[in-house]
Design a protein around this ligand. Sequence first.
Ligand code: SF4
Length: 274
Amino acid sequence: MLTIAESYKLMSSLNAPVSASEPRAAPVSAASLPLNATISAASVLGHPAAPNPIIDDQAIVRLNAEYRTLAFEERLRRLYRDFPADKILLTSSFAATSAYFLHIVSRIRPEQRVHFIDTGYHFEETLKYRDHLVERLGLQVSDVRAEDWQHQFTVEEQTWKRDPDFCCSVNKVEPLETIKGQYQVWVSSLMRWQSEHRARLDIFEIRRGIIKFNPMIDVSREERDRYIAEHDIPFHPLVAQGYSSIGCKHCTVAGEGRSGRWLGKPKTECGLHL
Ligand code: SF4
């Protein structure tokens, strides 16, 4: 019997172009997409990696020193002065923390495209919350997702049960990898109090060929909650049901911190931020 990885490899070969001369879909620039567009892996395969002029350790040390004294909002404003806006990638999971992050982004740069990784396994509440924040904040959102056959493979094999790392790789990590090459900086909303791994992160880091920018890394949970309450923005509806961290429906239950994610498994991160 084939392992999941072996079966997937076989499926990959069946879905690969028939010949080397077979054309691939034309690359898409995220900046040219209409509102709420969908980016599939096929639409961006082959897009050349953007040259990253400052991707070295010394530059990262300098950036961290310069941004450390700034507050979250000031850091974000400064980013748009230090980097070309069309080289800034921003992702959101539209989960518990997202309203604070997206409210600030929408005020500083309303035209910033927000990439939502649609695993196909989100709670219905997450998709509704996403739609609500899109309308309320005027966001421009693009869905990023695996090819249909890739996602379908994980449905049929129920890979979240047998090999969640593989499942996250297919539905989250690989789809984002296909667009990362167009950008120099990736903005996330990670905060240190969320997990042991995140507790060790700095404002700027180099991860797998892109500069990661974590402007909220030292924001406390209380600050986040206060901001959301003061601005009368709704929390994700599952927060009221005891969910502190919200991912896919197969791998999330109610719980404090990230304790409800991949319950009973050693996994604590989906792999996007590792
Ligand atoms: S969080 Fe669970 S369902 Fe979602 S991609 Fe990862 S393993 Fe699959």
